[in-house]
Design a binder for this molecule. Structure first.
Ligand code: HEM
Length: 383
């Protein structure tokens, strides 16, 4: 639906209040009461804005004085690339997803046609249209050798370089300044897909857009993106139950964490990321918690000044809650047991973490610089 005129908005007033007060809309599901709150691309409303909308609805959603209607703002084109105009676009072969059938998994291939090594600065996978968006559960892109073939893969073939994940509702990954990822020359692009039938046949198309650093630039850090702190595979979610699961992952090097993106499936409701530091006595802190909605695989990119800087040996701890009760509106069948698995109707829990490694020296420098900034800010406040 469009929400650009009073006539369009008025019938949705009650629903708008519900979605906005529950902080489901606009789609930004970070828990405002826990952890870091400064992000690069926060589109959430303030408490005051929410109160204004709620009061307007409660007082009958009046039009007000037509003379006060503001100019129509310039809206971004939501279908445009979020990384700006890509230097390279790879279109994978289409896949005909049947109207009905089990979920399908596999690989599709295309060429990068890249003759020299380049560093990636920003990257985005997108289903090519709204119909494709409905059936693409996930799409993970890799750069692999020309002879890579997953039909004949006996486990010995090099898996290549992992580039980026897509899952429903996800946008672009824009790396922090001075970080990047190497895309080697003469590789072929592989997308590992998971597609889900929706009751109508869909010709699904997926494309990958990449913006490179300039040719002569070698970024100071490699920006990693991996699924980490996955919980055990013995996930057991009885009908009608809410189940908590924990996952752990040790970072062997000091690091700056730049992005947090919870991943679960349709029963996923809430996930927290705790950092357990290798200190004596052990110290830990919860840096982020977010409500989870399977339609929105949102990446939360920390603002540079608050992105966690962690020592080598830090343990990432994810705490994921799955809700198999009737209260979960997304639950297709609260009478059904659900367990671990890869299908959309199975469950899993881990976090996609974006980060880059720091040497011990860089870690000490980053920490000292942050401490100095904080002290300067405190002194300013005191004056
Ligand atoms: C203050 C801003 C916003 C308001 C008041 C709002 C309101 C709503 C409402 C009332 C619904 C429920 C519709 C239904 O019941 O069928 C909805 C769903 C939806 N909205 Fe928004 N929205 C906002 C921002 C956004 C933004 C920024 C996007 C896109 C980036 C977006 C995309 C969607 C989509 C795709 C759905 C359907 C899927 C879902 O329910 O999650 N909305 N929105």
């Amino acid at each position: 639906m469009a929400l650009t005129t009073y006539a369009e908005v008025r019938p949705w007033a009650r629903s708008i209040k519900n979605r906005v007060v529950a902080r489901e809309m606009p789609p930004w599901h970070i828990d405002k009461n826990i952890g870091i709150q400064e992000f690069k691309d926060d589109i959430s409303l303030t408490d005051e804005q929410i109160a204004t909308i709620a009061t307007w609805v409660d007082t009958g959603a009046p039009l007000g004085d037509p003379a006060d209607i503001p100019q129509m703002p310039q809206f971004p084109n939501w279908s445009a690339w979020q990384i700006g105009e890509p230097d390279l676009v790879v279109r994978y072969p289409d896949y005909l997803v049947p109207a009905e059938g089990p979920d399908v998994f596999g690989s599709l291939y295309a060429q990068f046609d890249l003759e020299e090594d380049r560093y990636i600065k920003a990257i985005q996978t997108r289903p090519v249209d709204g119909r494709s968006r409905q059936v693409v559960h996930h799409a993970l892109s890799y750069a692999v050798g020309q002879d890579y073939d997953d039909l004949t893969n006996d486990g010995t073939q090099d898996q290549g370089v992992f580039l980026v994940e897509y899952a429903s509702g996800k946008g672009a990954e824009i790396y922090p300044e001075d970080t990047g990822k190497l895309l080697p020359a003469n590789q072929k692009a592989r997308v590992s897909y998971h597609l889900h039938s929706i009751g109508e046949e869909v010709q699904a198309g997926i494309e990958l857009g990449i913006v490179f650093h300039p040719k002569d630039v070698v970024p100071a850090h490699i920006r990693w993106s991996k699924q980490l702190a996955r919980h055990n595979t013995d996930l057991d979610i009885p009908a009608g139950a809410v189940v908590r699961q924990d996952g752990y992952e040790r970072l062997n090097k000091a690091a700056k964490l730049t992005a947090f993106q919870p991943h679960m499936h349709i029963l996923g409701r809430y996930q927290c990321l705790e950092l357990i530091y290798p200190t004596t006595p052990i110290r830990s802190e919860v840096v982020s918690c977010a409500n989870f909605d399977y339609n929105w695989h949102l990446v939360y990119n920390y603002a540079d000044d608050v992105a966690p800087i962690v020592p080598a040996g830090t343990i990432l701890h994810t705490i994921s809650w799955h809700d198999n009760t009737e209260a979960n509106r997304a639950n297709p069948d609260p009478t059904n047991w659900t367990g671990n698995g890869g299908r959309t109707i199975d469950e899993m829990g881990f976090a996609w973490i974006g980060w880059y490694d720091l040497t011990e020296e860089e870690y000490a420098q980053e920490l000292a610089a942050r401490k100095a900034r904080r002290e300067a800010a405190t002194n300013d406040d005191d004056q």
